[in-house]
Design a protein around this ligand. Sequence first.
Ligand code: FES
Length: 610
Amino acid sequence: MSVAVLFEPVGTAVEVEPGRTLLEAARDAEISLGATCGGRGTCGKCQVRVLEGPLPPATAKERGALSEGALSEGWRLACQYEVTAAVKAEAFLVRSRAKGEAPPFERGFAFAPPVQRRLVEVPPPRLDQPTSDFGNLSSALSLDGGSQPRTVDFQVARELSEMLRAAEWKVVATLRGDELIGVRPSLNARISLGLAVDLGTTNIAAYLYRMDDASLLGVFSAPNPLSAYGADIISRLAYSSLSMDNRMELQHVLTKAVNILAGHATREQGCDVEDIDEMVVVGNSGMHHLFLGLPGHQLTRAPFVAALDMAVSVKARELGIGIARGGYVYMPPLVGGFVGSDLLAVALATRIDQRRGARLALDIGTNTELLLSVDGVLYCCSTASGPALEGSALRFGTVASPGSIDAVWSGAPKAAFECTTIDRRPATGICGSGIIDLLACLVRSGLVSRTGRLVSDSPLVLPDPAGNHHFVVAQAASTALGEDLTISQDEIRSLQLAKGAIRAGIDTLLAVHGLGVKDLDEFLVAGTFGNHLHVESAVAIGLYPDIPRDRIRQIGNAAGTGAVLQLLSEDERRVASELSRSITHLELSLQPGFRKCFARSQWFPEEGTS
Ligand code: FES
């Protein structure tokens, strides 16, 4: 008799025969766990947390891949877990990042948080002055010169009278503008926190801050669970457009993921999600609409309009986000088409509009966005580059983690390439920077032609009768996979499509304004992926323009920085809103030369012509 397996946060259920593994169940449910070793228990990628159901003792392989803490929290390897009874498992791995992974602010800003917690002593009401409890609290708050609440979150209002009396009239009030959004007993007061979230198509990044002194507490990331509904944003919007149930299903999956991230982030700091008073969420227009549960159909059809593009503050509970009871989620404005609040955040973080010359900022992702400043006038576009460059579309592609090949170089001509892995572990896969290096080595060594064809006369190329030859990147003995780590002709083709889409976006955006890459005074690369690429490799494959290297600058996750600025400063929110109105959006697919440019950009450049 089959048993039920439920995967969270996606909420997909499948029936499997007892004895099958959770990895097999995930495959049945079409949930990708990034299992690069194919289920041998060596890559450590298929981590899941058992929420309900039997939790067997950890196997030796699980003890090798998971910390004691993770094992005791219920984490196991899906490929080692044999299903014997109904089980609910969380397939959503939150990673805590080094604080250094929060990119530094490129400029100063005025700290002006939208929320404040203030200690206040409230005079009890008297018979000769029977003012309401809210009225008394409001007056008391005005006495210290701070802002005075004129309205109150209704759920807070329901608790206010009992709270004031139980706390003997000494409370900590949380204010957002003129709204009272929280009241706690003063003895129970904790620090006000804020969370800035960059909702990427493939990954979600979150930055936890103290709202009283703007100090960073932690940086976190997790894969975007909507990948289960399609790697690209168009597939997800198509699914959500089929019915209201579908739309709300995706919204629910996404908010559940953000809740798990927020829970992990606060737990790690010994805090509670209720300590988060404010959240800022940025993303491309598609992710923005899916997160808010807005219709996305019209985004995918000409003239590609948003349902809503201005800044909105939404009660977190209305979205299913579990932070402080009266807390808000602030969604900055969108720019146009698929260019959303993430690129606006890049514009805010860099302020390239404040410098003369031609400057281009590139935020590489599954949906790559470009921002051009010509003497301070801003233009933008987006291009569907897909997930291939980040590794998702390759059999051995993986996120950057211990064991991933992160750098590849060629020693001598015709010799096997050399590579390093993160933490010097046996190779478990290849991540974005390794993939770009590998392509550059293949092109430079002549193993891949300008058109992208893998030449078949090398001993390192495994022939395939169907023409899908494979190049051996690392032989089985040096990997943890028990087999050769390879890249195929078809995978090289998908990488060409991705890099061609980005490069065509760069060249077309410049050409529309009468510029070429040589005119660029600065080429800024934002995003986690772009930040880890080796510039020479990116130039060698034609992804980046071949301009003096001192004009190319990697600036980290500038979208995250722009989100943080809007978390910590109302002034920055105002600047971002003004910027959003000043950026002209260009629809690439409507530009006459774009198709030709895209076809040409898929080729690899001859040296010095990129
Ligand atoms: S698939 Fe489970 S460890 Fe690799």
